[in-house]
Design a protein around this ligand. Structure first.
Ligand code: ADP
Length: 438
């Protein structure tokens, strides 16, 4: 049976949650595949995906683009090599049982009949994570991973109209499906993300390379730039994509006026990281925890800085525990913290240029019913100076404007909004214009 090795890359924004594998025409020819066929992807584990044609820019590079669900299912990260094979037979599932993740919040609404509709024709194997759309039908959607805990017959690979889909009440043990942020959730910042991955993910996943070359993996990385540009998002994505334990603390929250409490808190955080390594400790607003010594007025800050230095100097995990600090003001950080062996890598996360803004908008309108007159490129052009958080707010605001137009037709008392009403709802260009004006 024909097979081929390809390098994994991230999915196009519009493919998120679609179960697709984007291949170039050469590969498709070699494996005798057509769009819509299923392929077996073998990383650490096998999974299936639906073949789709890659865009021209991606041809002849020996790569396959799959989203974070498929990457998780096959146990591969971006940059890993996976084996792609054709299937003998596309066996249809008679029955699939999907279990919710353990971290599913009670108040997150899921429209199960809608979810089932979206799964028709979806590739799946036993124990795969399956994307289920949660959130109100109209607002920013969120894809939640459910786990296919049972599938009949066992060798089935695709859900069809005839598949009986059941949702189990009991969550899949040890399975998290909500908080995962992936690289596809980050718009733009390609070069920055690449650097973050080289600096943090590589030593975390392949400490042997660093050992062999005799170089020290970094203990600390500083992300600096204006608020709302995606620093937290990057830290979370790197943690979830590299399977690292993630601990987030905000600088001001550590500062306690009670003697010794701040130091104690820091020690606990580092201990938790050590026990759960590989781990990433994210310290937001690092400048507040570690202001320049000459600026320090309080004794507390001085002690917290000293404690943080001690903890970082004591890290012996060789890249298995990394501290990511975020700040808006690089110059407000204590120089002692920026010495070698501490936060010795600095990556700027700046205000996004137009192309990046378009990507961010695409991510935040993903799954919104956009009318044909909405031109993301044009909105990106009109939003000079907006950071990621502003663009996310803009998309949300446009959806609210749209919602207001439909409110008169909606009966608030009714148990369920009629499907016809939901069906015709759209966010139009004017909603964005008005959202921009406010
Ligand atoms: P920072 O840590 O730099 O202050 P965050 O990462 O917390 O900013 O961003 C806040 C929110 O803004 C995110 O949760 C996300 O919704 C949105 N956002 C910011 N930057 C981006 C980006 N590059 N791509 C997609 N969304 C973004």
């Amino acid at each position: 049976m024909p097979e081929i090795y390809l390098k994994v890359d991230s999915a196009y924004p519009e493919d998120q949650g679609a179960g697709k594998a984007r291949l170039d025409p050469d590969t498709m020819l070699q494996l005798r595949l057509s769009p819509g066929d299923l392929v077996l992807i073998e990383g650490k584990r096998p999974t299936v995906a639906k073949v789709w044609r890659a865009m021209v820019n991606d041809w002849h590079q020996g790569k396959v683009r799959i989203d974070n669900f498929t990457r998780l299912n096959t146990g591969a990260s971006i940059g890993d090599r996976v084996k792609i094979r054709t299937l003998d037979e596309e066996v249809e599932a008679k029955r699939v049982v999907l279990a919710p993740p353990e971290d599913l919040p009670k108040q997150l609404p899921i429209n199960f009949s809608n979810a089932v509709n979206k799964l028709i024709d979806f590739p799946v194997m036993k124990n795969d994570s399956v994307p289920i759309q949660a959130g109100l039908p109209f607002m920013q959607p969120q894809l939640v991973a459910f786990k296919a805990v049972m599938i009949e017959p066992e060798n089935a690979v695709i859900i069809t109209r005839n598949t009986k889909i059941e949702f189990s009440e009991k969550p899949a043990a040890g399975f998290e499906g909500v908080k995962r942020i992936s690289y596809e959730d980050i718009g733009g910042l390609k070069g920055e993300l690449q650097r973050v991955r080289e600096t943090i993910e590589l030593p975390m996943r392949h400490p042997e390379i660093f050992r062999k070359l005799g170089i020290e993996p970094p203990k600390g990385v500083l992300l600096y730039g204006p608020p709302g540009t995606g620093k937290t998002l990057i830290a979370k994505a790197v943690a979830s994509e590299s399977g690292a334990h993630f601990i987030s603390i905000a600088g001001p929250e550590v500062i306690s006026k009670y003697y010794g409490e701040s130091e104690q808190r820091l020690r606990e955080v580092f201990e938790e990281a050590r026990q759960n390594a590989p781990a990433i400790i994210f310290i937001d607003e690092l400048d507040s925890i570690a202001p320049r010594r000459e600026e320090v007025t309080g004794e507390v800050e001085r002690r917290v800085v000293a404690q943080l230095l001690t903890m970082m100097d004591g890290l012996e995990e060789r890249g298995q525990v990394v501290v990511i600090g975020a700040t808006n003001r690089l110059d407000a950080i204590d120089p002692a913290l920026r010495r070698p062996g501490r936060f010795d890598r600095e990556i700027e996360i700046g205000v996004p240029p137009e192309d990046d803004r378009a990507q961010v908008l695409q991510i935040h309108t993903r799954g919104m019913p956009l009318a044909d007159d909405v031109d993301i490129g044009y909105i990106a052009q009109q939003t000079h100076g907006f950071v990621g958080a502003d663009l996310a707010a803009l998309a949300r605001e446009a959806a609210i404007k749209a919602l207001r137009r439909y409110l008169p037709e909606i009966d608030m008392e009714a148990e369920e909004i009629p499907p016809e009403t939901l069906e015709k709802m759209e966010v139009v260009s004017k909603d964005f214009r008005e959202a921009l004006r406010d």
